[in-house]
Design a protein around this ligand. Structure first.
Ligand code: HEC
Length: 728
């Protein structure tokens, strides 16, 4: 690290005596300062954020506040935002990345871990990079083949590929400089998160806790890709040493929080770090947001015993060595897929009249946490959504939740409909913090979910598919129109402006559907957000008054960024529905079902006059289900297999959400051989639809076909509008 700051300073201050330059320049730099070229290529941009011309990292700067000091766009003119340029993208899969802009060049990652670079003002494509991820890897991705962004550092740029490669590219040309495989490709790991660069190291985690892996984060040398340190977030299967930075804390404390009996020993325990990895420049430490356990069910995972460190925790590590400093476990003995992977924001807040360095966190479990960064002490935990029913609050003395005993379904033996469910009161969609208002803008949502303990033989661990230890089949919606409608009504979204100083919601805006885009906020007193229903909006940051509402043709899940080139402020984001919710939502996706899914980069400026390409013609899909066949037992078997293997990509009751093909109108339905060709022979494997021959027999495939035909007929007869098939 010293090396890079030194050489950057040398370049930038060639005319000055080196020592004086180092002292004067680096110490005088603060947020909002203009940076010269060399400083932009160094960590100075990430430490200060610069003057807002650049958006140097997905979260803007190391603090990851997603707050821009720019105020050329404000309440007086935001209503005149129009399109500067757009670019249609290759794959109609989720686009979740935040565009990074340095020196007028925009770098952004896409579905299938592709990367592109653009002239940020004109939209001229500079280069594209395709890591050629094998299509079959998609079956190991719980939540679509997405990527949440790149990290830019010096003359390089880093991206994590779905298949586990961490790849360094030349920033100018997009050619590969080095590539390192970060996990055992035989295990169901993936990477969807953005790398972070800290002290000349690139940090990356992984995903896979639905399937069965052991989470960890690794730091690699930014120049060579060589490993510097690794920290495991779940125990070694034999509670032995790994030769990793995590060894000491597991031996001294963490191993004891895992039962010696439990499925974690074969599954890996989960605890993957698939999104938040944040560097604290003030305290020189790193925070990891750690994921759920595997299996979800604490009863089978750890025999119902122990808190299972570091699942659902924020873990602080020494930046240089990866050594453990402290952790705070938001959901001890996690059993509902309540990840703590959600984005982490660093800020300073007055607590008892004194300024305290805090971190803000709004994880899946529905509570907003304010934590003292120096010690890990819980300062406050308050709900940011209504209706939470797994806990009534937190005991601030012990830092532990006050749980509803009914919520532990594996203890009561009774199903529990939890709010929030596994998709969370807040998922990965980035939140933002505005220092001027003191508010945090959270893309929140309400998606209840049933958890059941009673597992059939089919729910047991398999080498393909989710292994969560709670029956997903049991959560499939019943043959009941009212239940379908209730599910739609219960699933909503909300932009929440949360005030950490009071622990209360300052203002909020209701959205008709869940899974809306991430937020970004500016010194122009604005908050920007795209919605899953295809709108791009701006609100006054202090009051929530809506100031802009543009039709974007497509659902939006990503977060915007903003930057300035040639004195003009721009706002950039990607459209596309993407991610877990559209895959599984089915009819509960409500109005989003009919919103198109268009992968596109969009850049706005005041007075922009470009037009979106013509929207796709709305086609009514022919809906002529083949006649039902098979016995009731066969259809029931098909339902069980569907819940086990297919629902996560093809939607509840096979009702598609315009994202993967709606199986109820597939041409293969009428033809047993064509169906088997896809489901067992892997005809579409390169496109992300693998063969399930490892877990399904030809008879199982035929039962699945009988079930999907049954659902097609039932929904056509009972929910002809709400469940009408939509194209993708
Ligand atoms: C990891 C996600 C995923 C899972 C799990 C999955 N599919 Fe698919 N499936 C896809 C995608 C993506 C496509 C579309 C591929 C393409 O673009 O041609 C597809 C296509 C299909 C098609 C062809 C539809 C058509 O008309 O083009 C059939 C049939 C199908 N899937 C059946 C199933 C069944 C049955 C299961 C469960 C055993 C299943 N799928 C599980 C992702 C998935």
């Amino acid at each position: 690290m010293a090396k890079r700051v030194f050489s950057a300073a040398l370049l930038g201050c060639a005319a000055l005596a080196l020592a004086a330059c180092n002292a004067s320049k680096n110490e005088s730099l603060s947020a909002g300062a203009s940076l010269d070229d060399a400083e932009k290529a160094s960590e100075t941009l990430l430490k200060t954020g610069g003057n807002g011309d650049d958006w140097g990292a997905i979260g803007f700067s190391y603090d990851e506040q997603r707050f821009s000091p720019l105020k050329d766009i404000d309440a007086s003119n935001v209503g005149q935002l129009g399109i500067a340029w757009t670019a249609d993208l290759d794959d109609a899969r989720g686009q979740e990345a935040t565009p990074v802009v340095v020196d007028g060049v925009m770098y952004v990652s896409h579905a299938w871990s592709k990367v592109s670079a653009w002239d940020a003002a004109t939209g001229k494509l500079l280069w594209k990079f395709d890591p050629k991820v094998p299509g079959e890897r998609a079956v190991h991705a719980c939540c679509d083949v997405v990527n949440r962004g790149v990290a830019v550092w010096g003359d390089k740029l880093f991206v994590g590929a779905l298949d586990g490669r961490l790849i360094a590219l030349d920033k100018k040309t997009g050619t590969e400089v080095w590539s390192t495989q970060t996990f055992d490709a035989e295990r169901p790991y993936t990477i969807t998160g953005a790398p972070r660069v800290v002290k000349d190291m690139v940090l990356i985690g992984n995903g896979g806790a639905e399937f069965g892996v052991r989470g960890y984060v690794t730091a690699y040398d930014a120049d060579t890709g060589k490993e510097r340190w690794r920290f495991y977030t779940a125990p070694n299967p034999n509670k032995e040493k790994d030769g990793a930075a995590s060894d000491d804390i597991f031996a001294s404390k963490a191993n004891a929080t895992w039962s010696d009996k439990g499925e974690w020993q074969t599954s890996g325990g989960g605890g993957t770090v698939w999104d938040a990895i944040v560097y604290d420049k003030d305290l020189d430490q790193i925070y990891l947001g750690v994921g759920n356990g595997n299996p979800w069910n604490h009863g089978t995972r750890s025999n119902g015993q122990g808190d299972n460190w570091f699942l659902s925790s924020v873990v602080a590590l020494d930046a240089s060595t990866g050594a453990y400093k402290w952790h705070y476990q938001e959901t001890p003995a996690e059993t509902w897929d309540y990840t703590a992977t959600q984005p982490i924001i660093l800020a300073e807040q007055q607590v008892d009249g004194k300024p305290v360095k805090v971190l803000y966190h709004a994880p899946k479990n529905g509570f907003f946490f304010t934590i003292d960064r120096a010690t890990g002490r819980l300062i406050d935990a308050k709900p940011f959504v209504d209706g939470i029913n797994w806990a009534t609050g937190y005991d601030l003395k012990t830092g532990r939740p006050i749980e509803n005993p009914e919520a532990r379904f594996y203890k009561t033996g009774k199903p529990f409909i939890a709010i929030p469910g596994a998709l969370g009161a807040h998922n990965w969609h980035p939140m933002s913090f505005n220092p001027a208002t003191g508010l945090v803008y959270i893309p929140a949502q309400q998606i209840p979910q049933a958890y059941l303990n009673d597992m059939t033989e089919l729910d047991k661990r398999k080498i393909v598919g989710f292994n969560v230890g709670t029956s997903l089949t049991g959560t499939l919606l019943p043959d009941d129109k009212a239940a379908f409608r209730a599910a739609v009504a219960a699933t909503t979204g909300r932009l929440v402006a949360f005030d950490p100083r009071t622990g209360k919601v300052a203002w909020s805006v209701a959205h008709p559907a869940a899974w809306n885009g991430g937020t970004m906020t500016t010194a122009g007193n604005l908050v920007f957000q795209g919605t899953s229903t295809g709108r791009f909006r701006a609100y006054a940051a202090d009051t929530g008054k809506q100031l802009l509402d543009l039709d974007m043709q497509s659902g939006i899940v990503s977060a915007p960024s903003t930057f300035r080139v040639g004195g003009v402020q721009y706002v950039a984001f990607m459209t596309s529905k993407g991610g877990a919710f559209p895959l599984v939502a089915g009819v509960a996706g409500g109005v989003t079902r009919k919103v198109p899914n268009i992968p596109r980069l969009v850049v706005l400026k005041i007075g922009g006059t470009a037009k979106l390409p013509a929207p796709p013609a709305s086609t009514t899909l022919a809906w002529n289900p083949p006649p039902q066949f098979g016995t009731a037992a066969q259809v029931a078997a098909g339902k069980a297999h569907f819940g086990r293997y297919c629902i996560v990509c093809h939607g509840d009751s096979a009702i598609g959400n315009g994202f993967t093909p709606d199986l109820r109108v597939s041409g293969t339905l009428a033809n047993a051989d064509a169906w088997k060709g896809v489901v067992l022979d892997g005809m579409l494997k390169d496109r992300g639809m693998v063969s399930f021959a490892k877990v399904l027999t030809p008879a199982d495939a035929e039962a699945l076909r009988a079930y999907v035909i049954d659902r097609s007929n039932w929904t056509k007869a009972n929910l002809p509008d709400a469940a009408a098939p939509v194209g993708r």
